[in-house]
Write a protein of this length. Structure first.
Ligand code: ADP
Ligand code: UDP
Length: 235
């Protein structure tokens, strides 16, 4: 499948049209951003690593009856996906306190949460992605009540599946961000699942292997991403 017109360029990916109106090519860039785009960086090969990690995780989830947009790999940095009508919502699941949670609440980084926390954010860079709840989503007509129920159900299932998937590879899934869309009303998991969009720590040492290495200037960002890919490959 060939890339046609560039449909959208975001901070970490480019979305291209294809010959098929129902398919897009999702290209993973080497760029890294944090602080809503204010902090910029990149490393060679990041796009390929994130594409490979996302592919492994989407395939794993599909194997467990999670509907995802993934169709096939096009090349090292590109995958063919179903074209979705995206909900302008970021869904965050947290298993261990980190990031904005430790700033917002009286909880220490690394504290294991009693149950997974489910959060919604409005995807709006100009507003800095404010936190919302389900009633905002319905009031703003972002999705139907049934779609919001489906999103919550799939998101919690994805978190549970991936948490144990990583645990078996001696990795802790601290938190992750998911994006959903629909085709004729039917909900699918879209976007990416990569070290850019989840926090992953080594289970023994608690060393951070994800984008926090960039956010917090910890160095060796590429090493962290490569380690995650290595541990989830060929198993
Ligand atoms: P951002 O827009 O936050 O800078 P990206 O660089 O990741 O993010 O851009 C990818 C864009 O493509 C996002 O807006 C995302 O919601 C959207 N997207 C992801 N998967 C699909 C899909 N299957 N169909 C249509 N749009 C998608
Ligand atoms: N996240 C993301 N995109 C965003 C905001 C958050 O992928 O625009 C991910 C982030 O990588 C982490 C989780 O969502 O895995 C929770 O992020 P948090 O709310 O702690 O915000 P942050 O500290 O990353 O700004």
């Amino acid at each position: 499948m060939e890339r046609n017109k560039l449909l959208y360029e975001g901070k970490a990916k480019k979305m291209f049209q294809t010959d098929s109106p129902n398919r897009l090519i999702q290209h993973f860039k080497d760029d890294l951003t944090a602080l809503n785009g204010a902090k910029k960086g990149s490393f060679n090969g990041k796009g390929a690593i994130n594409c490979a990690i996302s592919e492994i995780l989407f395939k794993y989830l599909e194997g467990h009856y999670v509907p995802t947009h993934y169709i096939e790999r096009a090349n090292n940095t590109d995958m063919v996906v179903r074209k979705l009508e995206m909900f302008p919502i970021e869904v965050v699941l947290r298993n261990i306190a980190a990031g904005s949670m430790v700033k917002r609440f009286k909880i220490k980084e690394g504290e294991v949460l009693q149950t997974a926390v489910y959060e919604l954010y409005l995807k709006d860079d100009k507003l800095n992605d404010p936190m919302i709840n389900e009633s905002h989503a319905l009031a703003f007509n972002l999705a139907t009540a049934e779609q919001m129920r489906t999103i919550a159900q799939i998101a919690k299932k994805v978190n549970a599946l991936l948490r144990s998937f990583f645990e078996r590879r001696n990795l802790l899934l601290v938190d992750l961000k998911l994006e959903f869309g629909h085709i004729d009303g039917e909900v699918y998991l879209g976007d990416e699942i990569s070290p850019d969009t989840m926090r992953i720590w080594d289970k023994i040492s608690n060393i951070k292997l994800d984008k926090d290495r960039f956010r917090l200037d910890l160095g060796e960002i590429d090493k962290g991403y490569k380690e995650i890919l290595k541990r989830i490959s060929n198993v």
